[in-house]
Design a protein around this ligand. Structure first.
Ligand code: THU
Length: 127
């Protein structure tokens, strides 16, 4: 799985976003150490609290199936009717990532296309 392919998987996940309140669909593709991908999208709610970000959707799918070893996540987002933008994880998601990933090796890729992405070590985002 290349970084570019992981971005494309996140784009696929974004298709399933339920985001009628923000109009800002986000997709995530979480890569496990064994090479499997868990997809996630943001799932909004009329109440702000129950809204789940794409990253946490992917993590909760994996962990709920007994998988806890991860190498990277790709995130793709932007307004539904606009360009993709670099979409950085919120504080709650960073906290959730750190619970399961090694900050010194886990990489967070933010992308707008398979040619245009940047990678950050988790420790850069959650010092
Ligand atoms: N969102 C994500 O799913 N991931 C991010 O990294 C940033 C924000 C979602 C939450 C909300 O549904 C919408 O994007 C607008 O903030």
């Amino acid at each position: 799985m290349t970084n570019a392919e992981l971005i494309l998987e996140a784009k696929k996940a974004r298709e399933f976003s339920y985001s009628p309140y923000s109009n800002h669909p986000v997709g995530a593709a979480l890569l496990t150490k064994s090479g499997k991908i868990y997809h996630g999208c943001n799932i909004e709610n009329a109440g702000y609290g129950p809204t789940n970000c794409a990253e946490r959707t992917a993590f909760f799918k994996a962990v709920s199936e007994g998988v806890k070893d991860f190498t990277a996540i790709a995130i793709v987002g932007g307004k539904a009717d606009g360009e993709l933008v670099f979409c950085s994880p919120c504080g709650v998601c960073r906290q959730a990532l750190v619970e399961f990933c090694d900050p010194k090796s886990f990489v967070v890729y933010l992308g707008t296309s398979k040619e245009d992405y940047k990678g950050y070590l988790l420790e850069e985002l959650f010092p």
